[in-house]
Ligand binder design. Structure first.
Ligand code: KG4
Ligand code: ZN
Length: 343
């Protein structure tokens, strides 16, 4: 291949592999946005009894599940082994043991099939989950990326060109949902449980604090978690539904308020949501109304595309392959990998 030839085109079929946390996933995406298959095997039931993800158990489960999940993704895409043009895998951030399972498998397959290996940043993959479903999304876009490990406000100026506008100074939004749910006895994972229980509660019942609200674009959620605990201790009569709804309201208020201000300030043309917390029903509703009110093209990925999956890894891998070519085979797993920022 000459240096001027692109490394990926509309016919390039990428097998994506995702094992950064507790979902074992594989997918085939052609040309960066045509999802031919997407298989996700969740380990939620395995970890639920411990109240959270146990890293050692997660890595062992990935070892058991990944080969059948890849096989299923290839069968569903109607492809034989030799028909894959590149293999992309998340190499960070995430749990190191879990990442290693996906990265090593991807490299082995790439070597056996004689195709490029592409290392993918999990955060960049979440950004591509949005573009995958709405390729017409206009850039620059403001992306609110809210997951179990991250709360980021990102200016996506172009493919591969990001500026970080704000992030959490303590707990991630999803982590706050999980911790509060655990305290309220709602089980794991906490986000969907709070979302469900809050449907029967009054979001204005308790005025929980909106930390750092007027203060730049950073977030803080650990004080909110403490306020919930203190409130429940002082008011044992408060219903779980009211506490859950009021907590959720405080989180959503802060996220949407900062996202719309950031979008205005950066001169965004569109606003989109990403990450597991983007599956939250109140956040989705509020985010979309903010876009309509402020005149931004707003986009919400489907719930399946918000939580961890491999289609987003294959899509981000296709863009990385096109821009940078294959990753060296000595690229390792990096549990603390950051989003590659412009400038
Ligand atoms: O992106 P993701 O699947 O994994 C990470 O990369 O962290 O996000 C998982 C997080 C968990 O904290 C989970 O509680 C949260 O997303 N989550 C939700 C909802 N669904 C998942 N949080 C609020 N409301 C939901 N409906
Ligand atoms: Zn994620």
């Amino acid at each position: 291949m000459t240096p001027t030839e692109p490394h990926a085109d509309a016919t390039t079929r990428v097998l994506g592999i995702e094992t950064s946390c507790d979902e074992t996933a594989a997918a085939v995406v052609t040309g960066g946005n045509d999802v031919r298959s997407s298989v996700v095997s969740s380990q939620v039931d395995i970890h639920a009894r411990y109240g959270g993800v146990v890293p050692e158990i997660a890595s062992r489960a990935h070892v058991d599940l990944l080969t059948p999940v890849i096989a299923q993704a290839l069968v569903e895409a109607g492809m034989a082994d030799g028909e894959v043009d590149a293999v992309a895998a998340t190499n960070g951030p995430g749990l190191v043991g879990s990442l290693l399972v996906g990265v090593s498998t991807a490299k082995a397959l790439a070597l056996v099939w004689g195709v490029p290996f592409v290392a993918v940043n999990h955060l960049e993959a979440h950004l591509y989950a949005t573009l995958l479903e709405d390729p017409s999304l206009e850039l620059p876009a403001l992306v609110l990326l809210v997951s179990g490990g991250h709360t980021l406000l990102i200016a996506m100026e172009d493919h591969g060109r990001y500026r970080l506008l704000g992030s959490t100074v303590d707990d991630a939004a999803g982590e706050a949902f999980d911790k509060v749910a655990r305290y309220l006895g709602l089980g794991y994972p906490g986000g969907p449980a709070i979302d469900r229980v809050a449907l029967d509660g009054d979001p204005t019942a308790i005025a929980f604090p909106r930390a750092m609200r007027g203060d730049g674009f950073d977030f803080s959620f650990s004080g909110l978690k403490t306020s919930v605990i203190n409130h429940v201790r002082k008011h044992p009569e408060a219903t779980t539904a009211d506490v859950a709804a009021s907590f959720q309201e405080a989180v959503v208020d802060t996220l949407v308020d900062k996202a719309r201000r950031a979008a205005r300030e950066m001169g965004a043309r569109s606003m989109c949501l990403g990450g597991g917390v983007a599956a939250n029903s109140v956040l989705r509703e509020r985010f979309l109304s903010a876009c309509v009110e402020d005149g931004f093209h707003g986009f919400l990925p489907s719930r399946a595309m918000c939580t961890d999956n491999a289609a987003m890894v294959a899509a981000a891998g296709w863009w990385r392959l096109r821009a940078d070519g294959p990753s060296p085979l000595d690229t390792g797993a990096d549990p603390n990998l950051r989003l590659p920022l412009a400038g």
